[in-house]
Design a protein around this ligand. Structure first.
Ligand code: PMP
Length: 363
């Protein structure tokens, strides 16, 4: 028996062919690569949370309906009356649930999205046995609505993902263009508006859910400051959500996450305050970057900034040498040539980044 032939005989060839999802080791670095909120919970809250977690019954499965947490999310996070949410182990799991629910058995279903965008849309589609169709953004990073509508007519996608704001470009697509796309899908496709960065954009389709039976609005608590607990939620017309919920693993949200999320909702003003602070820091960092000769800064409605530099590989290498991690997205897609994606952080970390970045630009 050889492990190599075992793998060849069992693991799918398309899985064998791709690299793993790489997450850089960040120890000792200023970490501006993953859109995390840099602020921890204040000490007194961390102590309170520890106490609550100590009382959790770890020997029992979670209450599989998650009723209390779901009701609180609906009430506090703007879900329309009469609408429920489906919870996921991060929105990453919600994307897999959507794909698994919509992948056809008799033919390959299509997932469509503007590109460049969040990489998990294509990756998850592949794992679900679906075809991914990417429609390039225009050079100014806006949605190419006509190309989107043409691709929808041609491919009849079961799912269209619209990251709002978009990762890695940081911009909000035009709301009317989005509505036209949602309408064009009609009853043959579901539009998923991914609002992972909503705390920084403060614009949302959530209140518009009742207008569209084929709309799913997906969010996460990750960017708000709880990336470690892994919790995403999505809402849609109740009849649609009921079908999607069949695909969810029954105990997908663990009891510690459940309690930590309820605790966060008790103290939501703290997280909202941190998001407000980061929005201010975003403005300051954008202005500082714009003032550096040779740097093109794109407008951002998220907690990161996309900037084009003369040589992204060289700038990134220098930043790494200074122990600063940003995301070099320059090779991801033509419209991103020589672009870096920089997560907005604390004033101190932003200043350290700027000092290193200015040195890189001057080199
Ligand atoms: N959607 C978008 C647009 C993202 O950028 C990310 C994370 N980078 C996610 C979803 C995943 O979020 P989560 O941590 O909830 O899995």
């Amino acid at each position: 028996m050889s492990i190599d032939s075992l793998i060849r005989n069992t693991i799918r060839s398309d899985v064998l062919a791709i690299p793993g999802y790489h997450v850089a080791d960040a120890s000792g670095y200023i970490k501006l690569d993953a859109m995390e909120n840099p602020y921890p919970l204040p000490n007194h809250l961390a102590t309170d949370l520890a106490q609550r977690l100590a009382n959790v019954a770890l020997n029992r499965y979670p209450v599989a309906s998650y009723t209390t947490l779901k009701e609180r999310i609906c009430k506090q996070l703007g879900v329309p009356a009469g609408y429920d949410v489906l919870l996921g182990n991060g929105s990453d799991e919600l994307i897999s649930i959507l794909d698994m629910a919509c992948a056809h058995q008799d033919r390959r279903a299509v997932v469509l999205a503007p590109v460049p965008t969040f990489v998990m849309y294509a990756r998850s589609a592949q794992f679900a046995g679906m075809d991914f169709v990417g429609v390039p953004l225009k050079d100014d990073l806006t949605l190419d609505k006509d190309a989107m509508l043409a691709a929808i007519a041609q491919h009849k996608p079961a799912l269209v993902y619209l990251s709002y704001p978009n990762n890695p470009t940081g911009n909000l697509f035009d709301e009317n263009d989005m509505v036209e796309i949602i309408r064009a899908l009609g009853d043959t496709g579901i539009a998923v508006v991914d609002e992972a960065y909503e705390p920084f954009a403060q614009q949302s389709f959530m209140s518009r859910l009742p207008e569209f039976d084929n709309l799913v609005v997906m969010r996460t608590v990750s960017k708000l400051g709880l990336a470690g607990i892994r919790l995403g939620y999505m809402s849609a017309a109740p009849k649609l959500l009921e079908q999607l919920d069949k695909v969810r693993p029954p105990y997908n949200i663990n009891v510690l996450t459940q309690v930590a999320a309820e605790f966060a909702l008790d103290n939501i003003e703290v997280l909202n305050g941190q998001a407000a602070q980061l929005r201010n820091e975003r403005a300051a960092l954008s202005a500082a970057l714009t003032a550096i000769p040779g740097v093109q800064v794109f407008p951002s409605a998220a907690n990161f900034i996309l900037a084009r530099v003369p040589d992204a590989d060289a700038a990134n290498a220098y930043l790494l040498s200074q122990k600063v991690l940003v995301k070099n997205v320059g090779k991801m897609h033509g419209v991103l040539t020589n672009c870096l994606r920089i997560t907005v952080s604390t004033p101190e970390e932003n200043a350290a980044f700027l000092a290193a970045f200015k040195a890189a630009m001057a080199a």
